[in-house]
Design a protein around this ligand. Structure first.
Ligand SMILES: Cc1cc2nc3c(=O)[nH]c(=O)nc-3n(C[C@H](O)[C@H](O)[C@H](O)COP(=O)(O)OP(=O)(O)OC[C@H]3O[C@@H](n4cnc5c(N)ncnc54)[C@H](O)[C@@H]3O)c2cc1C
Length: 478
């Protein structure tokens, strides 16, 4: 019997698991996919918003502003990437400038610091590639950008170090409430018993709720967001996150510098019925290009290296739904976590554990909040490289030339505390395949290394989920 089972290893479930691992309780994290952070947490804008936009008084507003601050602590504790970009929300005429003034007021009410309106010459000095038609901007210096799935992976690694456990390929198909515990049935037929259950299942959170409640108080209304990614050669072309004015549909199409030098362009925001259709569309990408025109006519579209899409867990409740079930005590919903869920995630974990669960236990004396990643070889100093290569000669072979990833970097990614044996899992941890050629040259080498390290046959190595091999059959006989 587990004290706590957390369903979903996105950024929310991962940080909740870590928050619970501070206490003398058993915590078990489940995900239906074969890796941490496989849905919203891997497909978003990566912005740690300042908190200028959510409705004052809402949980979104409070937890966004607090979450933004808590990322500075996460950076220290979990060794995550954080780029302090700042952001500009731009206006093109007097009517839009009036909306900036409303946003400024809202930012002040939400407790965002250092926010101010800047004029056109200042905007052009900061961001010379922005459209000359931009007349004013709201400057938000506390906006940052992170590497979202790294945050989740490091949080789980740290939680495991503190005694938690993680089970992948563990799809919850039903939940039976009993007198003093819940029995969770997985797709593979196994069962797990837990005294407390936390539903952090993202776009599936209303389906999990419906497993125990006849009429959940929220319904997920999924909304897709599509993007272009610019190659790292675009580094520095835009230094701030650039937002248009927000609308009912969301924050609009943005320009977002990323922690590794790429720039994201997007997203769209439209209702979809398939909660996990993460494909891009011709119309969606055309929409992104059209809407970027009001921000800049100087975007190097020839540097596009890929497109991607994510599906937001927007809900009928409108605000984040972070509550104990009204039907079954000890079952908690952390649902409707759309934007700014990435930003708010550390604050959501803290709020759930301290104010909703109200855990009343001492922190374990041996709780260790620190996780340190194995640095990628190319990030080391010359002296460190000499030391490392003596220990690990396989650093001498460069596998991904675009992102400078060595064979040993890939071996570390396979065998790390939350290691993975899929092509996409290795890309998430080492960036092999994330560069200009998008794995065209290195993917087959990564596959061979995974097969060798795990003892799998090459045609058993999966791209991302179970049963997604790249090699399906032999094309030549000996
Ligand atoms: C296009 C887009 C742009 C965004 N931009 C930003 C941004 O810039 N800044 C920001 O703050 N927020 C942003 N967000 C929101 C942010 O990404 C999400 O709020 C956050 O990632 C939610 O994390 P999560 O853990 O709740 O969900 P997810 O990451 O989706 O994780 C849910 C997990 O539950 C698992 N699961 C589902 N059903 C089951 C089951 N039956 N059994 C076991 N496991 C299950 C899934 O496999 C998944 O891993 C954006 C979102 C999108 C889609």
């Amino acid at each position: 019997m587990k004290d706590y089972v957390v369903i979903g290893s996105g950024i929310i479930g991962s940080l909740i698991t870590r928050a619970l691992s501070k206490y003398p309780v058993s915590v078990h994290l489940l995900d239906k996919e074969n890796d941490i952070a496989s849905h919203q947490t891997i497909a978003n804008s990566a912005i740690i918003h300042s908190g200028h936009d959510p409705k004052p008084g809402s949980l979104k507003a409070k937890l966004c502003v607090l979450g933004n601050q808590l990322y500075d602590t996460l950076e220290q504790e979990l060794d995550i990437d954080l780029l302090r970009t700042g952001a500009l929300v731009v206006a093109h005429n007097e009517a839009e400038e009036a909306q900036l003034a409303v946003l400024l007021e809202r930012a002040h009410t939400n407790g965002v610091t250092d926010v101010k309106i800047i004029d056109q010459p200042t905007i052009q000095t900061l961001e010379p590639r922005l459209s000359k038609g931009i007349t004013k901007a709201l400057s938000l210096p506390t906006t940052k950008v992170t590497f979202p799935w790294e945050v989740a992976i490091h949080a789980v690694a740290n939680a495991i170090h503190n005694g938690a456990t993680f089970q992948k390929n563990a799809e919850v198909v039903s939940i039976e409430p009993n007198e003093s515990h819940f029995t969770i049935q997985l797709k593979d037929g196994s069962k797990i018993e837990a005294k407390h259950v936390i539903n952090a299942a993202g776009v599936m959170s209303d389906l999990i709720a419906a497993m125990i409640e006849p009429t959940p108080e929220f319904k997920i209304l999924p909304r897709k967001g599509e993007y272009f990614v610019l190659d790292r050669k675009a580094v520095g072309l835009f230094k701030n996150v650039i937002y248009p004015l927000p609308t009912q549909a969301g924050k609009g199409v943005l320009i977002v510098p990323q922690t590794h030098g790429n720039i994201l362009l997007g997203p769209t925001s439209y209702a979809v019925t398939d909660r996990e259709d993460e494909s891009t569309t011709r119309d969606g990408l055309a929409y992104v290009k059209t809407h970027l025109q009001s921000l800049s006519n100087d975007i190097p579209f020839d540097l596009i290296i890929r497109t991607f899409a994510g599906v937001r867990a927007t809900s009928s409740f409108e605000d984040f739904y972070i509550q104990e079930s009204k039907v079954y005590p000890h079952f908690y919903h952390v649902a409707g976590i759309d934007s700014p869920g990435l930003t708010a995630a550390p604050a959501i974990a803290q709020y759930l554990v301290e104010h909703v669960i109200k855990i009343d236990l001492p922190i374990k004396p041996d709780y260790d909040p620190i996780y340190r990643k194995t640095p990628l070889f190319h990030t080391l100093s010359e002296a460190q490289k000499i030391e490392e290569i003596a220990k690990y000669p396989k650093h001498g072979k460069l596998i991904c030339k675009c992102e400078k990833v060595t064979e040993q970097d890939i071996i570390h990614a396979i065998h790390g505390p939350t290691g993975n044996d899929t092509i996409k899992g290795i890309k998430k941890r080492s960036r092999a395949g994330a560069g200009l050629c998008q794995g065209g040259y290195c993917e087959s080498e990564v596959l061979k290394i995974i097969a060798r390290e795990t003892g799998e046959k090459p045609n058993e190595v999966n791209y991302y989920a179970e049963h997604t091999p790249i090699l399906v059959k032999e094309t030549k006989t000996k």
